[in-house]
Design a protein around this ligand. Structure first.
Ligand code: ADP
Ligand code: MG
Length: 245
């Protein structure tokens, strides 16, 4: 691995029964990369992200994150996961905990932070995502956009080296999308390594340094936003863009 390589994926395959969803993905992500992954529904984007977080077990191939091979049975997946934050389309907040408790739960339980330290860090993160005044609210009282910003703060509370986002704005009302994307853009500008499955092509063009187009379980095109959006080479990417842009 190169010195700046943070994630190295080699010939990754994943099947569910007879359904081969990932058909040989090979790619690398460097520290500070902001990569948007685009592609049609069902093309394996979520499966790929989930594999990077150990939520799906690869059928074959290698995933090395920060030097740990996720596909090696001896790797402690829980430790790797602590360094890889994940944000889901449907937020997945703990419904029975306040906003503050949602954010401090894992740092206290897994990182053994004191409650005071965890609270202090959580308040800083709530400042970052603009939700200090919601610290004692229950998730059900929040809008979708607010829930997603809490979910981002919760993931950041573990000090991850990498953040994975799986369609973080797809479940939001249009007027909520901008606030969430603004938080993600700030994170990108601060140098966080981010892999983002998204249909927000404007965001991808503006914030990503690299865009990957997947279809049928393989990477069909990989390049700068300008290369993919202004000069798409693969007919399937051209077709995809004609539908979403
Ligand atoms: P995308 O995120 O690009 O829409 P997914 O990775 O969610 O695609 O799904 C790709 C394919 O894998 C789909 O055909 C889906 O039905 C299948 N799939 C995903 N997760 C599972 C699972 N847990 N069990 C069985 N099939 C699954
Ligand atoms: Mg998906």
């Amino acid at each position: 691995m190169g010195i700046n390589t943070q994630i190295e994926v080699t010939d990754l395959h994943k099947s569910f029964g007879k359904n081969e969803v990932l058909k040989g993905i090979t790619t690398k992500f460097e520290k500070g990369d902001v990569v948007c992954i685009i592609g049609p529904s069902g093309s394996g984007k979520s499966t790929f992200l989930r594999a990077l977080n150990g939520l799906e077990t690869a059928t074959s191939g290698d995933i090395i994150i920060d030097g740990f091979n996720l596909t090696d049975k001896n790797t402690n997946l829980n430790l790797v996961r602590q360094n890889v934050g994940m944000v889901f389309q449907h937020f997945n907040l703990f419904p029975n905990m306040t906003v503050l408790q949602n954010i401090t739960y894992a740092p206290i339980e897994l990182k053994k932070l004191s409650k005071d330290d965890a609270n202090e860090k959580a308040m800083q993160l709530l400042e970052t995502v603009g939700l200090v005044d919601k610290k004692d609210a229950m998730p059900e009282m929040l809008s979708g956009g607010q829930k997603q910003r809490v979910a981002i703060a919760r993931a950041l509370a573990m000090n991850p080296d990498v953040m994975l986002f799986d369609e973080p704005t797809s479940a939001l009302d249009p007027e909520m999308v901008g606030d969430v994307l603004a938080v993600m853009q700030k994170l990108a500008e601060e140098g966080m390594t981010m892999l983002i499955v998204t249909h927000e092509m404007g965001f991808a063009r503006k914030v990503a340094n690299r865009v990957i187009f997947t279809d049928g379980g393989v990477i069909l095109e990989d390049g700068t936003p300008e290369e993919l959006f202004d000069n798409p080479k693969h007919p399937r990417l051209q077709d995809f863009l004609s539908k979403v842009l």
